[in-house]
Design a protein around this ligand. Sequence first.
Ligand code: NAP
Length: 349
Amino acid sequence: MSHRILVTGASGYLGGTLLARWKEAQLPPYSKLYALVRKQEQANAVKEYGAEPITIDCQDPEAIKKTLVDNKITIILYLIDALGKTSVPFIEGLSEVKEATGQDVHFVFTTGAKLFSSHVGTPTDKPLLDTNPALYDIQKSLDVPSSNGWMRVAVDANNTVIEKAGDLGVRAYIFAPCIVYGKGEGFGNKISIQTVAIVKAAKKVRRVYKVDKGRPTWPVCHVVDNSTLYLEIVRNILAGKDIGHGRDGYFLGSAGSVAWDDLYAAMAQAMAKRGAVDDAEVKEADDEVLQKMGNALDSHKEMVPVHLGGSCTFTAEHGRKIGWKPQYEAQHILEAADEEVELILENLE
Ligand SMILES: NC(=O)c1ccc[n+]([C@@H]2O[C@H](COP(=O)([O-])OP(=O)(O)OC[C@H]3O[C@@H](n4cnc5c(N)ncnc54)[C@H](OP(=O)(O)O)[C@@H]3O)[C@@H](O)[C@H]2O)c1
């Protein structure tokens, strides 16, 4: 029996672009492509991409497992929740499919580069490769206080996926997008997260502010390259290759890193040009400014650097080892900052 694949988050920024790029990827043969949807218009939209819509009440673990078993789904691309609130029943459902069919089953979980950064106490004094065999142990030993809200939950979610999948014979992959930019190509959300936070906060305080000391860097990736990494993982799975899973299954989607300072400067230029900030000078945020930026981001002032700053030396190597070649170098995000700001302002309005 060949694979049946479930893509989730198809109305989102990452999942939408992934689905839009699906056909041209010319993947090896598989049996069927499903897309998880929650509305009729989404169901109609995913059909245009050759996917059969599927609806699951994700609050109901039994419904998740039953749907996977009934449809004999063997590969899941999970892009709906980095906190992994429903990851366990999806993994359990895959395991039941494996038991019933004898086929290998795969769970690609989407986390985020923040969970491999200074925000959760990951060492940032040297590059941390996504092929580092100690990544699980590093994540497991992170001392993220529970007062640190969702980041504690998100780190635990990565570990739980690896542990649960390992126990149940499911091959798990931890896919970490970083600062993703570029116009979303799907039918739903067209804009990303961190670049959007920079624009939202700057609009509110009429200036782009830096939120860290020094010149920290962060990995970046064009949304198309992020999608082709998912596709390369699927291609390898369909070809029957073992690309490393579980503790060896981390993938960072990134072409390289840039300094936040350079990104702020490029975006400040673009915002000043459109009158969205008073001028293009980037200043250091003080407490009062952080408070206002927090208001714009619906967040406490202490969490503002988590939205748009911090240090992350997570470095992508795994994708290239399985044949992924990003089209856009890291510096491209600076060249594309003008377009990015235009896109975000349009979509925020
Ligand atoms: N974009 C980035 O730069 C970035 C970076 C790091 C990590 N990530 C993580 O990657 C994931 C996808 O990001 P994104 O930017 O594509 O987010 P997004 O544009 O907000 O899309 C989220 C998708 O998840 C779907 N969804 C959420 N809850 C669901 C549920 N209970 N049942 C079914 N569908 C549900 C949404 O469907 P509806 O349209 O029906 O709401 C939507 O399709 C997120 O977990 C995000 O934290 C993203």
